[in-house]
Design a protein around this ligand. Structure first.
Ligand code: URA
Length: 263
């Protein structure tokens, strides 16, 4: 243990590392890698051959959005889409994640809930909304007779996220990360073909509506991708702000009323 670090400070430092994603001690002793690194000699640049008036062709960098779009449209089933997302290598978030978190629930459900991104528990388990926010979400849904484990499409929900990989320290996904995953999200929604889409929080509003500001958007039905869409406050926000549960309850009742009007 570092000199002068008491038990509680050491425990807090360790918890912080775990929260950042460190899950393994790789050595007995701490190593200061800034001291340990030998200066690296710059690699000799390849000498260009100007003998012929023929510059080497440059390979254009892949456009992540175009690659994602091609992979997404080629997926004809949810299983193929899962495989396509798991094989998509152009999003940096994948490198830091343990699991590709694809979806949970009943694909025949009338309601599709689109969340933001996996957190720590979801990353460990490989399923969306299984941490504290997910448990609150399950209770909210149960209050209007919906359940992700229901085999009956009328009572079931299907749950997925804009991002299938956990961002480091649960930061918000960047606009670029959202843009490159959007083709997969749109394909996911098209394959499930729900009757109603719920956007849980700002990231799905940014992805599907191109707008942020969930506290203004919540509770207002919109149309997107040919579907009725309801933005709602994220259950993680409700855990931090219990006073907002009243409005979330109103939104849940609104969802229940909407489902009664649909065939
Ligand atoms: N928050 C989300 O938006 N999605 C999850 O899967 C978990 C927490």
């Amino acid at each position: 243990m570092e000199q002068g670090l008491d038990f509680h400070a050491a425990l807090a430092a360790l918890a912080w590392q775990v929260e950042l994603g460190a899950d393994e001690a790789i050595g007995e002793e701490p190593v200061n890698r800034f001291d340990a690194v030998e200066p690296v000699a710059p690699r000799a640049a390849a000498t260009p051959d100007f003998s012929q008036n023929n510059p080497a062709p440059t390979v254009p960098a892949a456009d992540p959005v175009a690659v994602a779009r091609a992979a997404a449209v080629a997926a004809r089933t949810l299983a193929e889409l899962h495989e396509a997302i798991a094989g998509f290598e152009l999003c940096e978030l994948k490198k830091g994640a343990r699991n590709t978190v694809f979806a949970d629930g009943n694909p025949a459900a009338r309601v599709l809930i689109l969340g933001e991104a996996p957190g720590r528990e979801e990353d460990l388990e490989g399923r969306p909304f299984v941490g504290r926010a997910g448990q609150l979400l399950d209770r909210m849904l149960a209050a209007i007779g919906l359940d992700r484990t229901s085999p009956d499409p009328a009572h079931a929900v299907y749950i997925t996220n804009v991002m299938p990989w956990r961002p480091p320290a649960n930061r918000d996904p960047s606009p670029q990360e959202i843009a490159m995953m959007l083709p997969f999200v749109e394909r996911h929604i098209a394959l499930v073909a729900p009757q109603v889409l719920i956007l849980m929080g700002n990231t799905p509003c940014a992805a599907i509506l191109g707008r942020r500001g969930i506290l203004r958007l919540r509770g207002q039905w919109q149309t997107a991708l040919g579907l009725p869409v309801l933005p709602m406050t994220h259950p993680a926000y409700l855990l931090r702000t219990p006073s907002a549960k009243r409005e979330a309850w109103a939104d849940l009742l609104d969802l229940q009323a909407k489902l009664r009007t649909l065939p």
